[in-house]
Design a protein around this ligand. Sequence first.
Ligand SMILES: *Cc1c(COP(=O)(O)O)cnc(C)c1O
Length: 383
Amino acid sequence: MTTPAETPTADVRLPLRPGLEGLEPYGAPQLDVPVLLNVNENPYPPSEAVVADIADAVARAAHGLNRYPDRDFLELRTELAEYLRVESGVDVGAEQVWAANGSNEVMLHLLQAFGGPGRNVLSFAPTYSMYPEYARDTLTAWVAGRREADFTLDLTHVREQIAEHRPAVVLLASPNNPTGTALPLETVEAICEAAVDAGPTGPDGAPTAAVVVVDEAYGEFRREGVPSALTLLGRHPHLAVSRTMSKAFGMAGLRLGYLAATPALVDHLRVVRLPYHLSAVTQAAALAALRHRGELMAQVASLRAERDALVGWLRDHGLEVAESDANFVLFGLFPDRHEVWNGLLERGVLIREVGPEGWLRVSVGTPQETAAFKAALEEVLGW
Ligand SMILES: *Cc1c(COP(=O)(O)O)cnc(C)c1O
């Protein structure tokens, strides 16, 4: 006989940390509709060959699950470094690579190591809505400067914000979410220069550098001729460039994000990670997926072309569209964006109501999904 669990009835007040009162867990609405274009996933599931190889690798790892996994996952870091070399032409060693359960956790490690009470993290809005949450969870103060009307950064404003707030971390998404805007290398370089001794004061009273984090979650989708901030790594020891297998690589469900920086910076992250944070199953699956990088990356070119065509189509219909180097497009401007979002939803197409008032964001899907989106939008807007 089992006893059903009972919910205790006596009222006890839990000691919730001040500042967390009434907050809801983050997440885009997950609705069950035919066309999902709301969270910038790669629309193509892995092929049978990739699935079989991952299953095989996980089965082999399962034989050793009585043991804790490799804490430093050097094999995986080596393969990620190799991937970056092929993708961006930048040579980084395994000791310059760090990985965690999604780049979300990589960012958390960065703020655990460099943020904290009395410290600031600076970013520029509109940007990724998770950033303030990493700040909150690490008790780091969140400071948001602004982006210009075309969502680029004004260097004078950026320098002023850095000088005023002496941030421990400057978080720059490039391409930015939700706008798709990539930062020119000169901008990242100028920010690195401004950040050299503009961080918080160290224990000896002298200023430290602000760590500049370029979040390239959508880096692989950048247009021809747009370089990655990885190319600046050799010159700036306080620069970290983060990537993820969630978007271009088509492995959002795997939860594997990573960054490249100096070995010294990576060593600081190793201090704050939980022991064995990357499970043996995750490591095995990620390694297997990376062996198929050629095939998995093949879709990126077609998604890019699909994106450029979508931008053109929306503009041809008189809409405003932000320049995009990502696998999504921010478009508008609508007097009542919720009505448009809802009209699409009623026609089975889920996009994201995000970004500044009046704008909507749609992810690039398969050609069929894009066609469904276009047909639904034509109906909603009465074209
Ligand atoms: C999707 C996204 C990520 C990726 O997060 P994961 O935890 O790696 O899935 C990171 N940064 C930005 C700006 C994103 O949009």
